[in-house]
Write a protein that binds this ligand. Structure first.
Ligand SMILES: [Zn+2]
Length: 102
């Protein structure tokens, strides 16, 4: 696990910008409990998240890291339910490959 100060730095950098540099890819927050938060929820819940990291609480608000959702089916923000599309889409749902169920 990353140190508290490192995680606060990651949090602060993410609050400043949701886009990875270089590349401009949209980042998401990965929480202690494996949940995912979108950028706007991370901004709204900053105080909870910072408090959880500093206090070492196991309340699900502790930010572990940020990541880019490169590929695969959309993820959902665990707080607001917003759909978070992957950067490259879902390779298994391309045209001609979605008839398997019928
Ligand atoms: Zn959200």
């Amino acid at each position: 696990m990353k140190s508290k100060s490192k995680r606060i730095k990651i949090l602060d950098a993410f609050i400043d910008s949701e886009y990875a540099w270089p590349g401009g890819y949209r980042m998401l927050a990965l929480m202690d409990d494996g949940g995912v938060l979108c950028h706007s929820c991370t901004q709204k819940e900053y105080d909870n998240i910072e408090d959880s990291i500093k206090g070492g609480h196991r309340d699900g608000w502790g930010l572990q890291d940020v990541f880019v959702h490169w590929e695969g089916p959309p993820m959902y923000c665990d707080h607001c339910g917003k759909v978070l599309e992957s950067e490259y889409g879902d390779p298994d749902s391309g045209p001609g490959q979605q008839n398997n169920l019928y």
